[in-house]
Design a protein around this ligand. Structure first.
Ligand SMILES: Cc1ncc(COP(=O)(O)O)c(C=O)c1O
Length: 343
């Protein structure tokens, strides 16, 4: 790894502060120990960064993203957002909440959603007032076409619609929220005198933000990202997104693909299908330190954490920090599988 210039936390903060921001997350989120899980696994000390406690309609990583992404979109004159997501999506819910906060109309196209129980994220989407389009399996095959048609109709009515999936740049802007989280975590790590920090969580944009923060401040934190989805070629994605984010913030950082260890072996049958290993991990985290993980994202990352500690994937002197990125309402969508799990 090569870093051309190391920034102090205050200098990094000054880069962040140049961007428009809306304060919608409850910050700082706690960084706390998981003493009972640590004891049960008998490995390195485990801590947890509680991004599930950001607030904003049940919390999660998108609260930080939208602090930066939502003003960016609103400032460009868009007056209605269109989002295409899966029926159980956390993103769908948190976007609805953030849209309400800024007073933006929000249309939600949900795939594979027709005839589902209105439960979990879908229930919250409805309560938040998202304009729901619940597609059946056949329609879901062309959800983008469905969105384009809707967008054209809105344009004909004089609106300026913003289809989230058509724009990458604002989503990169959203990642700044996790560069901010990196500054926050550093402060908490220093307060608690933690050494040899190794952060593990879902491999995605939030982890990219933390990597950018750590590298900008010259920190030797290690990162393990856990894949939850077969669709995204992650190594490239992380590398490229970190670079994009560096450009947004104008940071003097260079990246290597080795900046994050990516674990692909916990995906199971794929996104949206909870494996027995994930169900077990959800129960272990709950029954030790009373942490609730979700069936798609944080449950998979928790399964990886447990397995890696059992298999010696972390060294004893490391402080392992589990990045809990939220997703709690999804537990209710998977109620039947979780309730019938024998663990
Ligand atoms: C609970 C949870 N964790 C992690 C992620 C990954 O998000 P990102 O790629 O923005 O880090 C998501 C995405 O929706 C999520 O819902």
């Amino acid at each position: 790894m090569t870093t051309t210039k190391i920034l102090t936390p205050a200098e990094l903060q000054s880069h962040i502060d140049k961007l428009p921001r809306m304060n919608i997350a409850h910050l700082p989120t706690p960084l706390e120990e998981m003493p009972r899980l640590t004891e049960r696994l008998g490995g390195p000390k485990i801590w947890i960064k509680r991004e599930d406690m950001t607030g904003l309609a049940y919390g999660g990583n998108k609260a930080r993203h939208y602090e930066f992404e939502m003003p960016h979109v609103a400032d460009q004159g868009y007056d209605v957002m269109i989002n295409i997501m899966d029926y159980h999506s956390n993103n769908a819910r948190m976007t609805a909440a953030a849209a309400n906060k800024i007073g933006m109309r929000y249309i939600l196209i949900l795939k594979n959603a027709a005839n589902r129980n209105v439960q979990g994220n879908l229930l919250i989407d409805k309560i938040l007032g998202a304009e729901l389009h619940l597609l059946d399996e056949y329609q879901s095959g062309n959800a983008e076409g469905y969105a384009t048609k809707l967008k054209e109709e809105l344009e004909a009515e004089g609106h300026k619609p913003y289809v989230i999936q058509e724009h990458l740049f604002p989503r990169i802007v959203g990642m700044v929220g996790f560069v901010q989280a990196g500054v926050e975590i550093l402060e908490q790590i220093e307060e608690n005198n933690l050494k040899c920090v190794h952060i593990i969580g879902v491999a995605g944009r939030s982890m990219c933000g933390l990597i950018v923060a750590a590298k900008s401040m010259g920190l030797d934190w290690k990162f393990t990202g856990v894949t939850v989805n077969y669709d995204v070629p992650l190594d490239d994605y992380i590398f490229q997104h970190s670079k994009d984010l560096q450009d947004v913030l104008d940071l003097p950082v260079t990246f290597a693909e080795s900046d994050m260890r990516v674990l692909n072996q916990y995906v199971g049958e794929g996104y949206g299908v909870m494996s027995a290993q994930v169900a077990e991990a959800i129960h272990i985290a709950a029954q030790t330190d009373a942490i609730i993980c979700d069936p798609n994202y944080t449950g998979t990352a928790m399964a990886a954490l447990i397995d890696q500690i059992e298999e010696g994937g972390f060294s004893e002197d490391e402080t392992v920090i589990f990045l809990h990125t939220g997703g709690l309402p999804a537990v209710f969508t998977f109620a039947d599988q979780l309730a019938s799990f024998n663990g």
